[in-house]
Design a protein around this ligand. Structure first.
Ligand code: G3P
Ligand code: CA
Length: 329
């Protein structure tokens, strides 16, 4: 399942991290070195700034993150924009906007009805008038109502400029609810691939991973693109989708970190099975202000993941993760 040169290089480099030496290695093309464990800025530097804003992504880039991670949804007029949810009340000021009061409606989210404002009911112009908010009350609310919602194309522009400046930066887009959007006539797959092609990231040396929870979407993308694909694995599908199955259409897995840590044979076995199937492993999500698994600190939790040999981590706190990873590797 190895794909185009740049992205294949990234995958191979990440896999090489599993070697006992733990050394980063030189790109076979001789151009650069890639880190042995990728630091993926989850929704940007979302621990500090409202998630999925150019400001949050830029902060992560300034920290030196290897990838920025936009979750993508689609507007009524078919534009990919960065939001984690289709509904908007938790990450924007939409509830305070009287002109959009009549857009509030009830739709199904995760099998339950939810009264909210939905991205697919807004044009890009309307959406651009909203301002982002920090959804976690425990985090800094001081940046609320300042930043707008970026399009995927704007995010790719940021990636391009960063790479043109000499800093290696990858982009790791996730398609959210692609089957739902397709059911209302919005084709996320084509929009994603068109945007990536237009951005010409190959020529800039910018690595790309495409991720999704939906295996059908990844299988479809596998027929259309050489960009490496990552199957996200929540607890509910982790047992059904084995590494051997996933390796027929994807290049990596993004498991919920506890899926890996609580695996029957232990996390070492989990990683070995994935690697034997040729898959990189990028678990999610490591948060300095929400340490899991009984660890006493973010440092302890993340250091354990690094020692186990994960190939990358999704984290809301890329600056701290980079410091824990250490050096340039
Ligand atoms: O994409 C990795 C991780 O973000 C998946 O979970 O729900 O935070 O998008 P979620
Ligand atoms: Ca995501």
């Amino acid at each position: 399942m190895w794909r185009n040169l740049w992205t294949m290089t990234g995958v191979v480099m990440a896999l090489s991290a599993c070697s006992p030496s733990g050394e980063s290695q030189t790109d076979p093309a001789g151009a650069t070195e890639l880190p042995k464990t990728l630091i993926i800025a989850h929704r940007g530097a979302s621990g500090l700034y409202p998630e999925h804003t150019l400001e949050a992504y830029s902060a992560a880039i300034d920290m030196g993150a290897d990838f920025i991670e936009p979750d993508l949804v689609m507007t009524r007029d078919g534009v990919l924009v960065a939001r984690h949810e289709r509904y908007l009340s938790e990450t924007t000021d939409v509830a305070n906007r009287s002109e959009f009061l009549d857009r509030r409606t009830i739709k199904e989210i995760g099998g339950s009805p939810r009264e909210d404002w939905y991205v697919e009911d807004f044009t890009l112009t309307e959406l651009k008038s909203l301002r982002a908010r920090q959804p976690r009350q425990s985090r800094d609310q001081g940046f609320n109502d300042q930043f707008s919602i970026p399009t995927f194309t704007e995010i790719l522009g940021l990636v391009a400029i960063t790479n043109q400046s000499g800093q290696r930066l990858g982009v790791y887009p996730e398609l959210k609810s692609p089957a739902y959007f397709a059911s209302i006539g919005l084709d996320m797959e084509s929009a994603l691939l068109d945007a990536l092609m237009t951005a010409e990231l190959d020529g800039l040396g910018a690595p790309v991973f495409i991720q999704c929870f939906d295996p059908a979407t990844l299988r479809s993308l596998n027929e259309k693109t050489d960009w490496p694909l990552v199957q996200l694995l929540p607890a509910t599908t982790a047992e059904r989708l084995t590494p051997d199955t996933i390796s027929t259409y994807a290049d990596g897995i993004g498991p919920w970190k506890q899926v890996m840590m609580r695996f029957d044979g232990g996390p070492e076995r989990y990683l070995a099975l994935a690697h034997e199937a040729g898959l990189v492993v990028h678990p999610y999500t490591y948060r300095a202000d929400d340490v899991a698994g009984g660890y006493e600190s973010f440092d302890a939790e993340l250091s354990t993941a690094f020692t186990l040999g994960v190939d990358g981590v999704f984290t809301d706190h890329p600056g701290q993760a980079l410091a824990i990873r250490g050096g340039s590797d």
